[in-house]
Design a protein around this ligand. Structure first.
Ligand code: DMJ
Length: 465
């Protein structure tokens, strides 16, 4: 049985890769040709990304070392819950390793194992702590072999488990790390359904199946409550199982629910996830996808009727091309990526939200998000079309130009005025710089086929049978 599952998993990956590659070849031929980027130029780009990463990292180290993150304009440390959980250090550790920044990686690993204390009387957001901290500890363990990181991950996982003790099995939003008490009975599919990659990996690495079962049940309970047309809503009450907000889309509060349906299948060979992914993506393609002339976008619809509710798309939706490409649908992935890039170019850097029919700004912020870069990296991997290297180069130029500060990087309050905001989220190190780097670095920096990235870009390797 075990052997069969392994074979099934490998075959699935192989078939998806071949389909994606073939579709990519057709698309590549049709698209206007971008100038190739030779290995020297790519190495130069990877070097640029690495040195910009170091610029931001040094700012964090100088002003906020040992704290959750740096406020880059005031140059002050910031802790999410008033006490540190070392969010930036844990989130950044695998990127330091992947970029070959040995001294920095070693210093960070040593600091985490000596100082990360989870026995804290604070209510944490289960989802954020799972994707950043649990994901970072697990990939950090796999990349460094330091078992103390795995022990921290197991301790953290056990402290988060009470969140799942709701009448429906859908987790509460907040859990106290010390007391196990919970808060927040209205949650959303992204927060409740983006837990299986991390908890499932923890289960496989510790032999404690309970971690897998709780996270999988949460995903299944959300899916079970989909509407007759196959869509989920934006908010749900974990005690009654009723939807409290019925807008359906692939954006904030739903996005990575779809991602983990697919990745639950690919990482664990879980057939339920495969079935749920296939049905869910078909409904999304039917009701959320929107053809505007020759362009493809994904908008909003009412979950019960499938009727169009809004024609907005944004930075958070920009992960969809990556997931589509990973599933083998390179055709839609390429078209949607072109739309995301159009959104980016509207103001020379990415908008948080745009009305794709009128091209009017919905939300002008740019909090240093990675999703569009992630999709560029996936598309380049599957198509080998230099268009994506050039796209990445152009985005990186804009990113440096508008977000770099004297000693770090800063979010933008407005991509229209380019006014900066005093925030540098840890995903800048975990995701944005990592995906830019992997786009240009040789594949040996991190063999794509051997990992599944969690939604915070922490690569998990399937080391179990
Ligand atoms: C990250 O924490 C994760 O990528 C999450 O899935 C969505 N939001 C941020 C990045 O934008």
């Amino acid at each position: 049985m075990r052997v069969f599952r392994m074979r099934g998993f490998r075959t699935a990956i192989l078939l998806l890769s071949i389909t994606a590659w073939a579709a990519g070849q057709v698309g590549a031929a049709a698209a206007q040709k971008s100038a190739a980027m030779g290995s020297r130029e790519r190495a130069r780009m990877a070097g640029r990304v690495r040195s910009e990463f170091l610029h931001a990292w040094r700012g964090y180290r100088k002003y906020a070392w040992g704290h959750d993150d740096l406020r880059p304009l005031s140059k002050a440390p910031h802790d999410w819950y008033g006490q540190t959980l070392l969010l930036t250090q844990v989130d950044a550790l695998d990127t330091l390793v992947i970029m070959g920044l040995r001294a920095e990686a070693e210093e960070t690993r040593a600091y985490i194992v000596a100082n990360l204390s989870l026995d804290r009387d604070v209510y944490v957001k289960n989802f954020e702590i799972v994707i950043r901290l649990l994901g970072g500890l697990l990939s950090g363990y796999q990349l460094t072999g330091d078992r103390r990181l795995l022990a921290l991950a197991e301790d953290l996982g056990a402290r988060l488990l009470p969140a799942f003790e709701s009448p429906t099995g859908i987790p509460y939003r907040y859990v106290n790390l010390k007391t196990g008490r919970v808060r927040g009975s209205v949650t959303n599919p992204a927060e409740a359904g983006t837990l299986l990659v991390e908890f499932g990996t923890l289960a496989r690495l510790t032999g404690r199946q309970v971690f897998y079962d709780k996270a999988k049940r949460a995903l299944v309970e959300l899916y079970r409550r989909r509407s007759p047309v196959g869509l989920v809503g934006q908010r749900i009450d974990v005690e009654t199982g009723r939807w409290t907000h019925t807008d359906s889309h692939l954006s904030a509060e739903i996005d990575s629910y779809y991602e983990y349906l697919l990745k639950g299948w690919l990482l664990f060979g879980d057939g339920d996830c495969r079935r749920m992914w296939r049905e869910s993506v078909a409904a999304a393609n039917k009701y959320l996808a929107d053809e505007v002339g020759t362009e493809l976008w994904y908008g909003h619809a009412d979950m019960w009727t499938g009727r169009r509710a809004a024609t907005t798309y944004g930075a958070l939706d920009a992960f969809v091309p990556a997931v589509l490409a990973l599933s083998g649908d390179t055709g839609r992935a390429r078209r949607l990526q072109a739309s995301s890039f159009k959104m980016w170019n509207r103001h020379g850097i990415e908008l948080e939200e745009i009305n794709y029919r009128t091209m009017e700004v919905g939300d002008a912020g740019y909090p240093l998000r990675p999703e569009i870069v992630e999709s560029t990296y996936y598309l380049y991997h599957f198509t080998r079309d230099p268009e994506y290297l050039r796209m990445g180069e152009s985005m990186f130029d804009d990113f440096v130009k508008h977000c770099k500060t004297d000693e770090a990087y800063a979010s933008l309050k407005s991509v229209v005025t380019k006014e900066k905001a005093d925030s540098m989220e840890s995903f800048l190190f975990a995701e944005t710089f990592k995906y830019f780097y992997l786009l240009f670095a040789p594949p040996s920096a991190l063999p794509f086929e051997q990992v599944i990235f969690n939604t915070e870009a922490h690569p998990v390797r399937r080391t179990w049978r």
